[in-house]
Ligand binder design. Structure first.
Ligand SMILES: NC(=O)c1ccc[n+]([C@@H]2O[C@H](COP(=O)([O-])OP(=O)(O)OC[C@H]3O[C@@H](n4cnc5c(N)ncnc54)[C@H](OP(=O)(O)O)[C@@H]3O)[C@@H](O)[C@H]2O)c1
Length: 332
């Protein structure tokens, strides 16, 4: 807010609507381009741009890194697993792309600061930040009563780490008059999916921060996108054996989703099921709860072998082992 006028002794800001008009026109053009020629639209959007991707050593983050580098972006890969990052960076460079690995623990705020300082020193700018690193914990509230640290560690990575990176990079994005911060969350925030209270709490916090930040920074050229992914078949869900029997988005589709969001910069990307869940909770909240609670009672806390060695085994109720469940079909 650069200009101010005095009214009744109060200095009020004069709103600048030009960035909104530009966003509207650019958004329409990008949307058409994406629809007609998604590959070219992605190249046009990211060629020569610097993209910082957290959680790049695995799953969605690794796939996105490949695709963006192919489209001409310089991808800065970060995660804790240095070897996996180096392997990925090398593969990308072998394919003619530009990639640099930066090991960092995003749950450590000092590491977040150090990472941002280093990438700005090395590259001078970050055009797109993808806050994708995440930790998920599947455990009911009743089994978490003596596990407050579950809530602290999901918040530390999924919320505090993500916003720390954004807060480090916002000044540079503001100075360059352009930036895109993509925060990865989940469709679960719309229906309060049972057994994920720690995970959902952290992702809802991230959603709240993102919406407020977007409302404050819209006129500066910085845009924010929330990615409400459904279940995606990545290493994150592999330990939860029951998900072998659930429908899940393929990692390839999840990567395409992210690339589309990079081009079109929507406020959020969500499935039809996510919108339906949101609608149900708004219009018929008690019916929605009844359906979700029924599912919770049917699905066991632990599933077959998962029970053994699980962190939550000490608090597993004997009638909820779920070892007698005979699924009809296992999904690939
Ligand atoms: N898979 C799903 O069903 C699903 C659904 C909705 C939303 N999501 C979200 O999608 C995002 C990506 O998940 P994914 O499915 O691709 O999972 P993934 O394959 O398990 O990848 C998670 C990534 O996060 C990194 N990470 C974890 N802890 C970290 C830490 N302390 N510091 C830095 N990096 C850390 C991991 O690398 P290191 O271990 O090497 O650090 C890894 O690269 C997450 O935010 C997740 O919440 C996933």
């Amino acid at each position: 807010m650069s200009r101010r006028i005095m009214i009744g002794g109060i200095a009020l800001g004069v709103p600048d609507f030009r960035p909104h008009a530009k966003r509207f026109v650019d958004g329409a053009a990008r949307g058409v381009h994406q629809r007609l020629m998604p590959g070219a639209a992605l190249r046009r959007r990211v060629n020569g741009k610097v993209v910082l991707i957290t959680g790049a050593s695995s799953g969605i983050g690794a796939g996105v890194a490949h695709k963006l580098a192919e489209a001409g972006a310089t991808v800065l890969l970060t995660a804790r697993s240095a070897d996996a990052l180096e392997d990925l960076a090398e593969k990308i460079r072998d394919n003619g792309g530009e990639a640099v690995a930066y090991r960092a623990d995003i749950a450590d705020l000092d590491d977040c600061d150090r990472l941002c300082q280093k990438v700005l020193e090395d590259h001078g700018r970050v055009d797109i930040l993808i806050n994708n690193a995440g930790r998920s914990i599947r455990r009911s509230v009743v089994y978490s009563l003596d596990r407050f640290h579950d809530y602290q560690r999901t918040m530390q990575l999924n919320y505090f780490g993500a916003i720390r990176l954004a807060m480090n990079l916002i000044p540079a994005m503001k100075a360059q008059g352009d930036g895109h911060i993509i925060n990865v969350t989940t469709v679960g925030v719309f229906n309060g999916v049972p057994r994920f209270s720690a995970y959902l709490g952290s992702k809802c916090a991230l959603e709240g921060w993102t919406m407020a930040a977007q409302n404050e920074l819209l006129h500066t050229g910085i845009s924010f996108t929330l990615m409400n992914y459904p279940l995606v078949r990545t290493p994150m869900i592999a330990p939860t054996k029951i998900y072998d029997y659930f429908p899940a988005m393929s990692p390839e589709k999840a990567v395409d989703w992210m690339c589309e969001a990079i081009v079109t910069r929507p406020k959020r990307k969500v499935t039809a099921f996510g919108l339906f869940s949101q609608g149900m909770y708004t219009v018929l909240p008690k019916t929605a709860e009844l359906i979700v609670n029924t599912g919770y009672q049917i699905v066991p806390e632990f599933f077959g072998k998962e029970k053994k060695g699980s962190e939550g085994k000490s608090s597993l109720a004997s009638d909820e082992t779920g070892s007698n469940v005979q699924p009809l079909r296992r999904r690939k």
